[in-house]
Ligand binder design. Sequence first.
Ligand code: NAD
Length: 298
Amino acid sequence: MDSNNIIDGKELAKIIREEIRLEALEIKSERGRAPKLIAVIVGENPASQSYVRGKVRACDAAGFESETIKLEASTTEEELIQVVDGLNKDESVDGFIVQLPLPDHINPDHVIMAIAPEKDVDGFHPVNFGKMAQGLPSFLPATPFGIITMLDRYNVETSGKKCVVVGRSNIVGTPISILMSRKAKVGNSTVTLTHSRTKDLKEEVKQADIIVAAIGIPNFVTADMVKEGAVIIDVGINRVEDSSKKNGYRLVGDVDFEGVQSKAGLITPVPGGVGPMTVCSLLYNTLLSAKGVIYPKK
Ligand code: NAD
């Protein structure tokens, strides 16, 4: 396989995590304790449990303090919001996340709204989202932040380029479309945000210099939708059956990697692309919180 055009998120995340570890050491020596991140997980969703384990492992490796609060699937919305309130008030906690998805009886919007913006290191609270949209300092949502960091470190020119985002979720598609159009070092793109109601999505994607695919459909973006030389960011993480694997499945993205790679200027693999960068951004936001960079410490 020609790997020259691969954006190696795993390797880049390793480099950035080491940078974060060194900064965390400085913080620890200055204020006597390391940055601290808490993850709250409700229920037994295996994918969520695996994501949270990955986040906690990354915290440990970066010298952060971290803890997972595991709640029963039967936890009520009120009980979860009480836990969130406690973390909002706990001065030893720099940031926390509530892992999504939540069980059906809990409205994720109510929970996100309950998180104090100054501890919202996932960048999901409307206050952080609004500040991001206005170009004000804020916690950027972890996955879009990871994507712009990748583009930055791989010196991808974004100014004046046509960027097509596929998928308009609040956590990926919509915020990355805002970030790519902002007046910033990585930004200044002309952005088209496409979704399930877009007419002739293939034609839209074909125009793109930069494609961000975040829909959750395996191998949705195929070679006939891609312009020669396009930079392709594949956010999707989809489990497909694979009897040759011990666990019976393998992970694939939203892009048909095999079919598309030879046409791409640069492309992220799945796994090992956007995923590791998301975790990295979460650590970075926690570091910013510990330093009081976005919201000064009281
Ligand atoms: P979501 O399910 O919330 O949103 C999917 C979006 O895709 C919707 O806006 C919908 O309009 C659009 N869509 C669905 N079908 C479509 C179609 N046929 N044509 C055009 N648009 C269509 O998704 P999400 O939370 O943004 O996640 C998307 C994918 O990214 C999932 O596979 C998820 O697991 C993955 N993800 C990965 C990371 C990471 O760190 N790598 C982080 C978050 C999400």
